[in-house]
Design a protein around this ligand. Structure first.
Ligand code: AGP
Length: 607
């Protein structure tokens, strides 16, 4: 949520900040701002809307400055406006702050600061930090920020600069990611590695309650009490093309087309000497065999990957599996015993609710295993084991390739559990693994000709609402299909287990109402066909996702989107690609910005 970038060194800061913000814009994009150090004081500029607006407003600003901070915002406290855009400044304008997270005790701090004569200009929680630092500032910015953070309750990634301390940035973190790095030109700080200079591959991930002071001479670190800290430096492989569209019209399309690679790389090294290997799980076959309950905790698209996994784990391992929305799980009183396995699924590894839910589960004694896309993310660090999904950086707010990585990883986990329970033999596992690997080529086949999907999408683009229906594992994939459509096209969509239609939703069907039906070959195929006909006879426009070679379905569907024949349990991998493309084509036809849908942010780091 929101993006932070800061730089101090020898290069002109303005371009570094603006380019960094553009790379971070996927995290939030309702307003943006910069503060650049100048001898006469901080030069602060804010603009509502995209970073391009800020860039234009900065055309004649920032001359000679080589130190500054910037922010792109996703509003929580205070509507999107120039006044609420970061950086926020102290009363005298000499201290500026950018912040990710939420200061939970801001109302009480604001009261206190107002009583002490501070004047507020915005409705944000962040502004209290600028005034608090001002309150404690006595010529040492690091000391003042340390004192201020001791007063804060909530989550923060902060970068602070001060007109009275040339070429200095101070950084602090609690529960909101901050990364830093150095090259020959200076020191960089950002909420996300993508905004660091491209040649930086040795990074420091600031930990909770740690602070850093950045100057052209380098970075020094300390704890809240001022004690010196030597942080771990992590070497990361940077993909320099990660933030480029590579010839595709948008990131979403690029990421959809990356899915065959994601499947291959997620499976790479998982079959060793004919046996399934998930070493990171760090549980022996015997320990695995004791697991008698699984909770999958996640939000949004990751939750939908969990719904698919429930079908697999219960089907293959016969272990009762609950899939829980993290924001609910954390406030329930779940039944957790030493034989419970909790699986946290999160693309970003930073989702606040998922993070809080796993902390709670660990306190209750569960073994927590994470499936995430981001190396060294908070959720990865706080889990007992982790599978990385190998999707690489996902820029589009709508998850596509990371979802596929999650489904493939969860499928492997389900197979392993099935084997450890003695329900899947080694030869079955080897056969299933080969079939799973084959889905990469099958997805390539789907991607090689998407013209029918596009035609079906154009037929539905003017609808006001759509249903997605399916049975069994296909109903789980329908939830994801409907979410994709909602978030990028602003078209209302709902998913139902197909058998539920006649219990209420069918009342909404009228002439031309799109009903996307996932009717691939499965034990419940005929039942799904009946549900499809119920809608058809009431005038629905039927878009059916079906198995190649199925001629019968043409009698009922207006558009048939074929997927290659796969084992029913693997069908979510191929079907989801079709539904992603279907949603994207509709969104583009409706003139929507598919990469940056309104009101959304890529990583939801606030509750
Ligand atoms: C889906 O397209 C969204 N990006 C959203 O639902 C997302 O899956 C959710 O916010 C969870 O994020 P996470 O996987 O990073 O935890």
């Amino acid at each position: 949520m929101c993006g932070i970038v800061g730089y101090v060194g020898s290069l002109p800061v303005k371009d570094i900040l603006i380019n960094g913000l553009k790379r971070l814009e996927y995290r939030g994009y309702d307003s943006a701002g910069v503060a650049m150090w100048q001898p006469e004081g901080l030069e602060v500029v804010h603009r509502v809307g995209k970073v391009a607006n800020l860039e234009e407003a900065c055309a004649d600003k920032g001359a000679g400055s080589t130190c500054g901070i910037a922010h792109t915002r996703w509003a929580t406290h205070g509507r999107p406006s120039e006044a609420n855009a970061h950086p926020h400044v102290s009363c005298d304008g000499r201290i500026a702050v950018v912040h990710n997270g939420i200061i939970e005790n801001y109302a009480e701090l604001r009261e206190e600061l107002l009583a002490r004569g501070h004047a507020f200009r915005s409705d944000t929680d962040t502004e209290v930090v600028a005034h608090l630092v001002e309150e404690y500032y006595e010529g040492d910015l690091l000391r003042a920020v340390r004192a201020a953070t001791r007063r804060l309750v909530g989550a923060y990634g902060l970068v602070v600069t001060c007109a009275d301390e040339a070429q200095t940035l101070v950084v602090a973190r609690k529960d909101s990611p901050i990364v830093m790095g150095v090259n020959d030109d200076g020191c960089y700080v950002a909420s996300d590695m993508v905004a660091l200079a491209k040649d930086i591959s040795d990074i420091v991930v600031l930990e909770d309650y740690q602070l850093a002071k950045l100057t052209p001479a380098g970075m020094v670190f300390c704890g809240v009490d001022g004690e010196a800290i030597e942080p771990e430096v992590i070497h990361v492989e940077r993909d320099l093309e990660e933030a480029e569209k590579g010839g595709y019209p948008d990131f979403m399309m690029k990421e959809i087309y990356e899915q065959p690679r994601v499947i291959r790389e997620t499976l790479d090294g998982r079959m060793v000497n004919g046996a399934l290997s998930i070493e990171e799980l760090d549980l022996s076959v015997e320990e695995l065999s004791f697991i008698d309950r699984v909770y999958i905790i996640a939000c949004g698209t990751s939750y939908h990957a969990g719904l698919i996994a429930k079908n697999l784990i219960e089907g293959w391992a016969r272990i009762p599996t609950e899939v829980e929305v993290a924001s609910e799980f954390r406030y329930r009183n779940p039944i957790i015993t030493p034989s419970t396995l909790v699986v946290a699924v999160s693309q970003s590894g930073e989702t606040a609710d998922t993070k809080a839910a796993i902390s709670d589960a660990r306190v209750r004694g569960a073994k927590v295993f994470a499936i995430t896309n981001v190396v060294d993310s908070s959720i990865a660090r706080e889990s007992d084991g982790v599978i990385y999904t190998k999707a690489k950086k996902e820029i589009s707010v709508a998850s596509t390739k990371s979802f596929t990585g999650q489904v493939v990883s969860l499928t492997l986990l389900a197979m392993l559990l099935g084997q450890s329970k003695g329900r899947l033999s080694s030869s079955q596992i080897r056969l299933m693994f080969r079939e799973l690997a084959d889905t990469a080529g099958q997805v390539e086949e789907i991607l090689s000709d998407t013209s029918v999907i596009e035609r079906a999408a154009l037929a539905c683009k003017d609808a006001t609402s759509a249903f997605y229906i399916g049975r069994g594992i296909s109903s789980a994939i329908c939830y994801e299909g409907a979410l994709k459509l909602k978030e990028i096209s602003y078209l209302h969509a709902e998913a139902y287990a197909a058998g539920e239609m006649k219990h209420g939703p069918i009342a909404l069907i009228h002439e031309g109402f799109p009903v996307v039906t996932v009717a691939t070959k499965s034990p419940v195929y005929e039942k799904t066909l009946s549900n499809l006909q119920e809608s058809k006879t009431r005038g629905a426009l039927i878009v059916a996702v079906a198995t190649e070679g199925d001629e019968k379905i043409k009698e009922y569907a207006d558009y048939v989107l074929y997927v290659p024949k796969v084992r029913n349990e693997f069908s979510p991998i191929t079907v989801s690609v079709v539904l992603q493309l279907f949603a994207r084509y509709i969104a583009v036809a409706r003139g929507c910005n598919v990469d940056q849908p309104r009101n959304l942010a890529k990583s939801v780091t606030v509750e």
